[in-house]
Design a protein around this ligand. Structure first.
Ligand code: GLN
Length: 274
């Protein structure tokens, strides 16, 4: 069977031709369209296609996924890195260019390490701290750091309480893609999201009554002690939460809503200036 025939054989199982190409390229290598594929690799491709047909996200079935310029190991220990988050890193790094001091960055709720590792790889000289409450997620993030050969300081625990006091007043770049899906949404989306760790997705309401913003509110409340005077902050949230998150974020500085490449609201950028 050639690479092209294999793509044809699995495309209806994996959600389309593009997805089928990713699977075949990942297992057999690129550029195999007209080559005979080793039967062992054909079996592997068919097995992956069966997993995806049964509902396992393609990214987990492949076991790796690209995030910006990085290729990350991804599995059920952490959320799948998403394109909207890639864009938020872009916005954060652009805003952080105005800073004159070396970057001291914090990624709260790092999961696979995607955000922290992108900052560490893309900003030479940055010191990056990454926090997660899940030891499983941290193990995955550490594996990714090792594979990329980059240094991120990992901390286990809940949001700011995981970080040492010497960082007080020193963090000039804060990024967080914490849980913000509401219980109701989770109920509706469960089939798509059920392979991902629920604790990385779902958050309770804020004290101001906005569903899903509980964790972001906690992060904002703890941020003042850690942020440097001129810090840049980027938070991800769902489109309908952005106005409320902007209100909450004004406690930290001048806040604006970030739109993604299709014009949808996807987060908030804050520039602190004191
Ligand atoms: N963007 C994810 C989704 O909508 C949620 C990520 C998160 O909760 N941080 O599925």
């Amino acid at each position: 069977m050639t690479g092209s025939e294999l793509v044809d054989a699995i495309r209806s199982k994996v959600g389309g031709t593009q997805q089928a190409r990713w699977v075949v390229d990942d297992v057999a290598g690129r550029g195999q369209e007209s080559c005979e594929i080793d039967p062992v690799l054909v079996t592997q491709v068919l097995d992956l296609a069966r997993q995806v047909e049964a509902g396992r996200p393609l990214q987990y079935a492949l076991g790796n996924w690209d995030f910006r310029s990085l290729n990350l190991v991804v599995d059920e220990r952490a959320l799948i890195p998403r394109p909207e988050t890639e864009h938020l890193v872009e916005v954060a790094l652009r805003a952080a260019r105005a800073l004159t001091e070396p970057l001291v960055a914090v990624d709260l709720g790092t999961g696979s390490g995607a955000i922290a590792l992108a900052v560490a790889m893309e900003v030479p000289g940055a010191t990056v701290h990454a926090v997660d409450q899940s030891r499983d997620a941290l193990a995955l993030a550490q594996l990714n750091a090792q594979r990329l050969g980059t240094d991120v300081v990992f901390h286990h625990g809940s949001w700011w309480s995981a970080l040492p006091e010497f960082l007080h007043g020193r963090v000039n770049l804060l990024l967080a893609n914490p849980p913000y899906v509401t219980e109701t949404e989770y109920g509706e989306l469960e089939i798509q999201l059920s392979f991902e760790p629920k604790e990385a997705l779902v958050a309770g309401p804020s004290t101001t009554g906005v569903d899903g913003l509980g964790d972001l509110e906690t992060i904002i409340a703890g941020a003042l002690a850690f942020l440097a005077n001129n810090a840049v902050v980027v938070f991800e949230c769902a489109p309908l939460q952005c106005e409320a998150l902007k209100e909450l974020s004004m406690a930290l500085g001048a806040a604006e809503i970030i739109t993604d490449l299709t014009g949808r609201h996807r987060g908030v950028l804050v520039r602190r200036s004191t």
